[in-house]
Design a protein around this ligand. Structure first.
Ligand code: HEC
Length: 146
């Protein structure tokens, strides 16, 4: 056998070995670690996924941790009165309803929203709202009423 042929056979053999090794390592890549699987399913998960009951216990503290936006609080706690004008509430979106109230100064508006005034219940009945969340909500309402 010539040296050249030998070299050729070795090369083919090497290619086979490496090829097989390559295949098997490709297979291993499919053996995802738990972390990789989690990351992949997160990437593949639809944006608005259904929250399962078993997930809620985990999700709830995360939600409670950060302050809610003024928009969120408004939609949950204030819209019932402030979108309809119920009980004489100044309507969000109607600038004229707010002019005189803004004239009292922002701090007074905040304080009246937090402590309540006449038909306006304290914190708009959002008893677990922080004062800062109520203030952010007043800001949001004023922003929407320009
Ligand atoms: C049960 C109905 C009701 C709910 C719920 C409610 N409001 Fe009111 N709100 C009123 C009424 C009525 C007034 C007008 C009170 C007055 O001046 O006689 C008012 C007035 C206000 C004012 C003006 C206060 C002032 O000094 O003129 C602000 C600010 C306000 N509400 C914020 C909020 C926020 C923020 C929420 C939700 C967290 C909320 N309200 C939820 C009924 C409500």
């Amino acid at each position: 056998m010539s040296q050249l042929k030998k070299a050729g056979i070795v090369a083919v053999a090497l290619t086979l070995v490496l090829g097989v090794a390559g295949c098997s390592s490709e297979k291993e890549e499919l053996n995802l670690t738990a972390q990789q699987e989690k990351e992949m399913s997160e990437r593949l998960a639809p944006a608005g996924k259904v929250v399962l009951e078993k997930d809620v216990a985990v999700a709830a503290p995360a939600v409670a941790a950060g302050p809610r936006s003024g928009e969120d609080v408004y939609n949950k706690s204030c819209t019932a009165c402030h979108s309809t004008g119920a009980a004489g509430a100044p309507k969000v979106g109607v600038a004229a309803d707010w002019t005189a109230r803004i004239g009292q100064g922002l701090e007074t508006l905040y304080a009246n929203a937090i402590n309540g005034i006449r038909g306006m219940p304290a914190k708009g009945l959002c008893m677990n709202c922080s004062e800062d969340e109520v203030k952010a909500t007043v800001d949001y309402m004023l922003e929407q009423s320009k």
